[in-house]
Design a protein around this ligand. Structure first.
Ligand code: ATP
Length: 246
């Protein structure tokens, strides 16, 4: 099953293409690192996949062919946006309550267990949590929805190294225990190298490479960070290497 599939996907804002001709097939069962320079179109791609932004052209389906934004797609995909937007004035418990009311497949026990392990008190106001705790709360809410696909847009950007490590460990554990597929955009290549099993490099609104880390390591003879950097540095047009990329 492909967790995200796009065909000639494009988005234009005020006459400028943020993403263009994006054809991708991301197989399930991976932790996918989506990397690219600022303005590459990562957020644009992810928000179209989760149904928050409408494509200008092309199509995008998720979790095995469900059109992005359709009820089945919304049910199967959890999204944590950049800077994990949460209501500062609510308590952690009220935040869970709100999320529970909005989600039919909500797993309250899982959410409370995770927060207990993380020592995040239910009574605490969200505005009083640290950046790392807020990111973990947003991740907890996403996981308690029991998604097939978890989409994280730059979740590491505001976290210190220890919080990054903890956050990624939580993502890896959830992917393993619950069989969740993950797509994660980030600029933090060194950390991604430790967790990613699939790499997509996006630059200037185009996919430059997409493939399993195993295949890429074998064909490039370099580590994931080095491979990503090579593609990021390259200013040549699309050099897609594996099936599904264009
Ligand atoms: P970053 O790494 O900086 O977060 P990104 O790869 O996520 O960047 P996008 O946020 O998808 O890139 O932006 C791609 C392009 O589309 C940029 O040129 C950006 O200015 C433009 N863009 C994105 N959203 C909008 C919008 N709502 N209105 C107008 N232009 C937009």
């Amino acid at each position: 099953m492909n967790v995200i599939e796009t065909a000639a996907l494009g988005k234009r804002y005020r006459g400028q293409w943020a993403l263009r001709g994006c054809t991708l097939a991301i197989p399930g069962g991976h932790i996918v690192a989506l990397v690219g320079p600022n303005g590459a179109g990562k957020t644009t791609l992810l928000t179209m996949a989760v149904g928050l932004t409408r494509p200008t052209q092309g199509t995008v389906t998720v979790v095995g062919g469900e059109p992005a934004g359709s009820p089945r797609a919304l049910d199967g995909v959890a999204f944590v946006a950049q800077d994990a937007p949460l209501y500062r004035n609510l308590s952690v418990a009220d935040t869970l309550h709100l999320a529970r009311n909005l989600n039919t497949r909500w797993d309250q026990r899982d959410a409370e267990n995770r927060l207990e392990q993380l020592e995040i008190p239910l009574a605490q106001r969200v505005g009083e949590l640290s950046g790392g705790q807020k990111a973990q709360l947003a991740l907890t809410i996403a996981l308690a929805r029991r998604p097939i696909l978890l989409v994280l847009d730059e979740p590491l950007s505001s976290l210190d190294p220890v919080a990054r490590e903890d956050f990624l460990a939580s993502v890896v554990a959830a992917a393993k225990q619950d069989g969740i597929s993950v797509v994660l955009s980030s600029h933090v290549l060194a950390e991604l190298e430790r967790v990613a099993t699939y790499l997509i490099v996006l630059a200037r609104g185009k996919v430059h490479v997409a493939g399993t880390v195993q295949e890429l390591l074998a064909s490039h003879g370099a580590g994931l960070e080095e491979i990503a950097l090579r593609y990021l540095r390259a200013s040549v047009p699309s050099v897609s290497r594996t099936e599904g990329a264009a």
